[in-house]
Design a protein around this ligand. Structure first.
Ligand SMILES: C[S@@+](CC[C@H](N)C(=O)[O-])C[C@H]1O[C@@H](n2cnc3c(N)ncnc32)[C@H](O)[C@@H]1O
Length: 305
């Protein structure tokens, strides 16, 4: 198998760890495999693949964004010493790491993600935490069960069937076990997407793609999230509104693009175009006086009936 380190998206060589890490498919034209996945990001599944490209910047963004949200979720699911936890869609460990600290060496955290590069970064953070077990796996097909705690932070809306995938996760908990699901609140993060879409449109000459609607749009308020989680098989559900704003310094604002699913918007662009998008995006944020971004989440926790 041969490797090509640039599939034309301009993010050349960014995440290639070598053949052993290459889990991607042939590009379809010459049978060459590539780990640079952003160019495929036109469907929900491919948007997930964009996280392979995002993993290093994802981790750099973590301090500003993912870690406070992960910590707030773990405060609500409250793993205790000796418990078994499944952390689904773990990314680089924003919730898996605090969970591992809480369960201690007598407990266990299975941290799973579809993205091999994300799991690789988490593996580096897991040094000294033998109770933490990062693995590349599809959360919607994970079969182990009887967990005391199942948690999924900012992941379930990537599932091909969000309701069925969440029900599958709920069934991974033991009866009476806690399940925590965190999603963006309605409107969160969207302003950045609008500025990015406009900047990409200006560079490519194509109309900015509209944010695709999905099942998340029907459940992303505290009022709708609670009954939706109950329908997935949870009882005693409480929803916490975790209010948060992200300070949009130019560095953080661009990290939000290169270190999240937004990176898929750069697919197919060459390096000069990406520079132009960056300038356009940061310029329009500055012109509109956007210095902070709503990144509020809903943290829903209940017990498996
Ligand atoms: C926005 S990130 C959140 C990561 C982490 N939970 C955090 O809060 O930092 C979403 C993650 O979900 C993962 N993901 C999406 N669908 C998945 C699936 N079916 N199974 C496992 N991981 C999945 C992506 O690879 C990505 O790492």
């Amino acid at each position: 198998m041969s490797h090509r380190l640039d599939n034309g998206c301009g993010l050349r060589n960014k995440q290639c760890f070598g053949e052993a890490d290459c889990t991607d498919r042939p590009c379809g034209t010459d049978g060459v495999y590539t780990i640079c996945t952003a160019a495929y990001a036109s469907t929900m599944t491919d948007r997930v693949r964009a996280f392979d490209t995002a993993s290093n910047d994802f981790d750099r963004l973590g301090h500003h964004l993912w870690q406070p949200i992960g910590a707030a979720t773990v405060d609500r699911t409250a793993p205790s010493p000796g418990e078994r936890v499944l952390d689904a869609c773990c990314g680089t460990g924003a919730s898996a790491l605090p969970a591992a600290h809480r369960v201690g060496v007598t407990g266990r955290v299975d941290a799973i993600d579809l993205s091999a590069p994300m799991v690789r970064v988490l593996g580096q953070h897991a040094a000294g935490l033998p109770q933490l077990h990062p693995q590349v796996a599809d959360a919607t097909a994970w079969e182990s069960g009887d967990y005391d705690v199942v948690q999924a932070v900012l992941g379930v809306f990537f599932f091909p069937d969000m309701a069925a995938g969440t029900e599958h996760l709920v069934r991974r908990a033991r009866p009476g076990g806690r399940v925590g699901v965190t999603i963006w609140r309605k409107g969160a993060v969207e302003l950045a997407g609008q500025h990015l879409g406009a900047a990409v449109g200006a560079v490519t000459g194509k109309e900015a793609p509209k944010r695709p609607s999905g099942p998340i749009d029907g459940v992303n308020t505290a009022e709708t999230f609670r009954p939706w989680l109950e329908q997935r098989g949870l009882s005693g559900v409480g929803v916490t509104v975790h209010e948060m704003t992200l300070e949009m310094t130019p560095e953080v604002a661009w990290l939000l693009v290169t270190g999240s699913g937004f990176v898929s918007a750069l697919s197919g662009l060459d390096p000069a175009q990406i520079d132009a998008v960056r300038d356009g995006y940061l310029g329009s944020l500055a012109r509109d006086g956007v210095r902070s971004l709503d990144v509020t989440t809903l943290i829903g926790v209940g017990t498996r009936a």
